[in-house]
Design a protein around this ligand. Structure first.
Ligand code: FE2
Ligand code: FE2
Length: 400
């Protein structure tokens, strides 16, 4: 399939602001990608929102306000902020999104529905400020509504993670320290920030996207759990020439961090069995022009990471020992600097190995949990993981 691609605006020095249109072959459906600011290295990188024009106008994701990106990725996590980021105005991402709409020759009031790919802050926190005053339906998977609808959702997630972070041996950022709690709460006042959203249309399963009960032509919702419990994508087009707007489920060049690795590997298995997706457009990073190859690469990537994790646990290791192993991540993880996502990535690999008895817990030292491997070959342990991943009869949701 040849998609027509038009660059409507180039990216700025901080890597965001690009607007690019993809037109499907029959010319009746177009997808405009609008890229808004979010830091890379300390964060997942600029966020792509997608405006899908079929017989309804659908926006997938919004990005997050720049002042929240600064607080969350730099301040809360005690990371140094580059000057060019410091200089960005609070409404920088919002301006980028509005510019994208202007270049697509549409206005916010034209939107029939906002679909939120999942309940991570970088995908929906800007919705309240841009949709204010417009009557726009909002859809998200029901599993992610606790993160999206709770005005304290982001703070709740952060506080919930604190014990897990301590148990994994991670260094504490200032915001995890008792003395910083009040300051953190003040910075997250839900009334002044107004970030929680009401969901008009909870998504329960895959099927046609409906606006007021009417299916949108050639747009389907796909349930793609694992990166978060309620991750969804939009499958756009007909026949063997579909485009998957995949949120954070597939990415390139970075790999998405799974919230539950077993569930995520099952989603990759399902996607890998399809032969009708010719292009995947993720919420961060590059367009994926060979989705089948990217899915294979992601499966192999997790297999390698499971192997390294398993083998390094010949001696008792905590999560943070593994995260700071040289070469475990492409980007160096400074053992003294806090990096939540690096810790979570290791944690889910250890958890899956533990689930198939490849790792067992040894007594905690100073509140930090250590794990040691079962001294089998990795291939034996991985065989049990594959059985679990491909056995559709066994319950998928181990944790929720
Ligand atoms: Fe995400
Ligand atoms: Fe994301």
């Amino acid at each position: 399939m040849t998609l027509e691609e038009t660059l409507l605006k180039s990216a700025s020095a901080v890597g965001s602001g690009e607007v690019r249109r993809f037109t499907l072959p029959d010319g009746k459906i177009s997808i405009t990608r609008i890229t808004t600011f979010c830091p890379d290295v300390v964060g997942p990188g600029p966020v792509h929102a997608y405006l899908v024009e079929s017989d309804a106008l659908v926006l997938l994701d919004t990005g997050l306000p720049t002042h929240i990106a600064k607080s969350f990725f730099y301040h809360w996590r005690a990371q140094p902020m580059p000057r060019e980021v410091e200089e960005l105005p609070a409404d920088h991402s919002e301006t980028e999104l509005r510019d994208g709409f202007r270049l697509a020759e549409r206005s916010l009031s034209d939107i029939d529905m906002l679909v939120i790919s999942h309940g991570h802050a970088d995908h929906f926190l800007m919705a309240r400020s841009i949709l204010d005053g417009h009557q726009i339906l909002i859809a998200a998977h029901i599993f992610d509504t606790p993160a999206i609808c709770n005005p304290w959702g982001l703070l709740n997630m952060w506080i919930l993670r604190q014990d897990q972070m301590r148990g994994s041996g991670m260094p504490e950022p200032w915001s995890a320290q008792e003395s910083a709690r009040d300051q953190l709460r003040e910075g997250m006042d839900p009334v002044s920030l107004g970030m929680a959203l009401g969901i008009d249309q909870p998504v329960l399963r895959s099927g046609p996207l409906r606006v007021n009960r009417t299916p949108v032509k050639s747009v389907e919702i796909r349930s793609l759990p694992g990166h978060s419990p309620g991750s969804i994508g939009l499958l756009v087009g007909e026949g063997k020439d579909k485009v998957l707007l995949c949120g954070d489920v597939l990415m390139h060049p970075i790999s998405p961090h799974p919230d539950d690795l077993l569930v995520y590997l099952r989603t990759l298995e399902d996607l890998g069995a399809r032969d009708d997706i010719v292009l995947a457009l993720p919420a961060h990073g590059d367009a994926i022009r060979d989705p089948a190859a990217r899915i294979r690469a992601l499966r192999e990537h997790h297999q390698r990471r499971l192997k390294v994790t398993y083998e390094t646990c010949a001696q008792p290791r905590c999560v943070w020992d593994v995260a700071t192993l040289e070469g475990y991540f492409d980007t160096y993880v400074d053992p003294k600097k806090f990096n939540l996502l690096a810790g979570l990535e290791v944690l889910v690999h250890m958890e899956l190995l533990h689930m198939v008895d490849g790792l067992r817990r040894v007594p905690a030292k100073g509140g930090v949990q250590y794990f040691v491997n079962s001294a089998e070959s990795f291939e034996e342990v991985y065989g049990r993981i594959r059985e679990l991943v491909t056995d559709s009869r066994s319950g998928a949701m181990m944790r929720y």
